[in-house]
Design a protein around this ligand. Sequence first.
Ligand code: SAH
Length: 344
Amino acid sequence: MQLSIDLTGREVLVTGGDHAARQAVRRYQAAGAVVSRLSTPQGASHDGPLPERPFLVAAVDDGQPGWDALLDRCRETGIPVSMEPSAGPVGHVTLVGGGPGVSELLTVAAVKALRDADVVFYDRLAPYQDLPSLTSAELVDVGKQPGHHKVSQGDIEKLMVQSALAGNNVVRLKGGDPYVFGRGGEEVAACVAAGVPVKVISGVTSAISVPAAAGIPVTHREVSHMFTVVSGHAPLTEKELTHLAGLGGTIVVLMGIGTLHHLAAGLRRAGMKANMPMAVIERGYRPGQRTTIAQLGTIVTAAADCTNPAVLVIGEVVRVAEANRGHAEAAADLNRLAASLMGS
Ligand code: SAH
């Protein structure tokens, strides 16, 4: 169960050791509460007298024995107690897959890691706009800095490692899945080399979810039983194009807008038919999401004004989406007809 309570100006007593309680303190302060602290069950308080009757006691599970008496007293006197997780061990990095850019597609593990973070390094493909409601951590944009200079990959790795070595729980929030064209492997290696504990939380990759946002299933029974995810960051070689054209399943291309012309021409040269269905889905799950459907032979003209971020899909599955859309429109027409008949 989740409750939303307005804590503005309310007295909240946060119990638990300083290290374990630091994130709960930040969360309650960010929610506008007047926070006081009790860091040991014996009564060590930092900031003078404790409130006589706090609105809420936030009890951080810091592993120390002896808190039960206080919690029992709260229960007896009717003071609500919220059980809070401990901030966990210091100085580690968690690479978090943020999905295609909406917080609804974050995993439960991602939400927990964000809640427990001291610092979040994020970039613009992650659902960064919702971060202030998901974490009280310091937020650092490493996708674009003032002046629009991107932080280099090496510098991102240095920042993460330095912050973890300084004792912070660091989250590196990335778009989609950290291991799909996300340089997650390099960031893990940088942590390992510096002796910093690191773990990876998988995310919903745009390679599957962005086509889905346009109604395109990457596999479909009797239509496509495989899909290949390709980076369009650099042009493919002739050999790669030949292999790709010969596979026969669905081809999903990320970062492919800049090389679309080269890819379409190359697949044609490698023997793929000109009327192979193709879709470009821009800004999946975001305002302005747009799908452009054409064929391999016509896509370059049809998608001339398409921009990044976008996912390309090449294959017969594109027709499945069109057929489903046709059904959905027909069903909507029927519903409208039924409604008008019932109204008349
Ligand atoms: N790790 C990411 C991919 C990073 S590469 C993942 O698993 O999704 C960046 C590319 O991902 C973009 O150029 C674009 O091709 C694709 N992409 C990510 N989010 C997208 C979105 N919301 N809409 C369309 N394309 C997206």
